[in-house]
Ligand binder design. Structure first.
Ligand code: ZN
Length: 138
């Protein structure tokens, strides 16, 4: 089975990479290729290569996508929760300050690595950027 992608200069037939598996492996902080090696060497620093299989991971270009998606998710979750709580009960502002503000800080910090891992997995599975062997720009 092969997949055809457009690289800008050529169309190459490459073996299909499992998208869902790559997304879940990235979400768990594992290499999208083998699922064994650690994806991150630090909080959000992606390893240059997989320590288990040697897959080159430095090709990723996650850029602003992980923070954008994180803010989108956390914002909708917290605003929805706050609106729901206001419609059901009358909650003093200090309760919001003591509960939702810490959540607004902690949730993005917890979600950012898995979302970045999933973005790297997405790029790997779709041969995006330098993951495409025909792309000589990277
Ligand atoms: Zn690997």
């Amino acid at each position: 089975m092969s997949v055809t992608i457009r690289t800008g200069r050529t169309i190459a037939a490459l073996p299909r990479r499992p998208l869902f598996k790559a997304l879940t492996r990235g979400w768990r902080g594992k290499c999208p290729a083998c699922g064994e090696g650690r994806l991150f060497s630090a909080y959000l620093k992606v390893n240059d290569t997989c320590p288990a299989c040697g897959e080159e991971l430095f090709h990723h270009r996650a850029d602003d996508a992980p923070p954008y998606i994180t803010i989108l998710l956390v914002g909708h979750l917290l605003v929805g929760l706050m609106l729901h709580l206001e419609m059901v009960w009358s909650i003093p502002p200090m309760v919001y300050l003591l509960t939702l503000v810490p959540l607004a800080v902690v949730l993005p910090l917890l979600l950012l690595p898995p979302i970045k891992g999933a973005i790297v997995g997405l790029q790997w599975a779709n041969y995006m950027h330098g993951f495409d062997p025909d792309n000589k720009d990277d």
